[in-house]
Design a protein around this ligand. Structure first.
Ligand code: S3P
Length: 200
């Protein structure tokens, strides 16, 4: 199938970050369809590598071990420069480690899907694959995580987008428009910037 919106990302991935339920997977799929770039979901890759589900990894080896696996995967991707470059949908806590924040920021174009707790709550109502939200007050946990992680997402992202009122295709379209500008060759010194040029 010919992609609707092929992007020249100069070999770099487009990376989605944000809290559980912000829409990384659905927007990631829409972006992948639109651009023709393959989708890589860090949680799914880790589950496949380890041969266990995320809840089992948390229960048997603990969260710290899972965080190490996330770092190892990012290092691997950075060292390997996968071709074609992927759309990377990440686990919500991948930005907790400083090394991961730095890795992600230099790896590609990082988009933070920053949506409010109400949207997160609605979108995490079903499913049992999120150990941090099991048997707990989800609203309180999500609000606390958003508060604690907010500076980490902000520091890592090149673009912050509230996608709570957009469908996944509209979000993907908007991301493509900004990504095009982000990956455009830098203008020579002294040349005037085009109107509305994108800054990181
Ligand atoms: C986590 C988010 C999850 C998964 C794990 C931990 C977190 O991914 O990585 O359960 O710490 O926020 P999603 O954001 O894709 O649900």
């Amino acid at each position: 199938m010919v992609p609707m919106h092929p992007l020249d990302t100069k070999g770099h991935p487009i990376i989605l970050i944000g809290l559980m339920g912000c829409g990384k997977s659905t927007v990631g799929k829409a972006l992948s369809m639109r651009t023709g770039m393959p989708l890589l979901d860090t949680d799914a890759v880790i589950e496949e590598q380890v041969g266990k589900s995320i809840p089992d990894i948390f229960a048997e080896r603990g969260e710290a071990h899972f965080r190490m696996l996330e770092t190892a995967l990012l290092r691997y991707i950075e060292g390997r420069h996968p071709a074609p470059p992927p759309i990377i949908s990440t686990g919500g806590g991948i930005i907790i480690r400083k090394e991961n924040r730095e890795l992600l920021h230099r790896l590609g174009f990082v988009v933070w899907l920053n949506v409010g707790v109400g949207t997160l709550l609605a979108r995490t109502a079903h499913g049992s694959n999120r150990p941090l939200l099991q048997n707990t007050d989800r609203a309180a946990v999500l609000a606390e995580l958003l508060h604690r992680r907010y500076p980490f997402y902000a520091e890592t992202a090149h673009l912050q987008m509230d996608s709570s009122r957009m469908d996944a295709n509209t979000a993907a379209y908007n991301i493509c428009l900004v990504a095009e500008r982000f990956f455009k060759p830098r203008r020579p010194r002294g040349e005037k910037p085009s109107e509305g040029s994108f800054r990181t």
